[in-house]
Ligand binder design. Structure first.
Ligand SMILES: [Zn+2]
Ligand SMILES: [Zn+2]
Length: 154
């Protein structure tokens, strides 16, 4: 979705686009999209500037780093960009949206901030089930943290 600045009519432009995450080169890094990425843009040209109001709507999915459960998350962003009318011939709205979406990717891939993860002994998801493998250690500050060299106390 590209706008040629010199061709923006007086009334402005209203644009819509729906592309897949793959088409927008957004998949990867463990992220994939559950539906098309919908873009809606209102473009207005003032004397010296072009204003773009952009709405992004989609939903993404990734795997929790601790418990390996699938996480689904809505992606909705509204932003407004002002570019100078001079010197800018084409505004690539898809590219602006792409950069915005990447910034919105979760920094930590967790199903919830306090995800307890999987039991390192029996592999159970400790968010849903408890097990007796680590009995007596439930108050440990390292609960849910993988410590490969951990030795059982006699
Ligand atoms: Zn989790
Ligand atoms: Zn266990």
């Amino acid at each position: 979705m590209k706008v040629v600045v010199s061709e923006i009519p007086r009334m402005g432009l209203s644009l819509d686009e729906a592309s897949s995450g793959a088409e927008m080169d957004l998949e990867g890094q463990g992220i994939s999209f559950l539906k098309l990425v919908h873009l809606h843009a209102e473009v207005r040209r003032q004397d010296a500037s072009v204003e773009v109001s952009l709405a992004i709507d989609s939903a993404l999915t990734y795997t929790c780093d601790r418990c390996l459960q699938k996480v689904e998350e809505p992606l909705a962003r509204q932003l407004s960009i002002v570019r100078p009318a001079k010197g800018e011939k084409i505004i690539d709205i898809t590219q602006i949206a792409r950069e915005e979406i990447i910034l919105e990717y979760p920094a930590k891939r967790l199903c919830r901030p306090d995800c307890k993860g999987l039991c390192m002994y029996c592999g159970r998801n400790l968010n849903h089930l408890s097990c007796s493998c680590s009995k007596g250690e439930t108050d440990s500050p390292f609960r849910g943290v993988w410590i490969p060299d951990k030795k059982e106390k006699e």
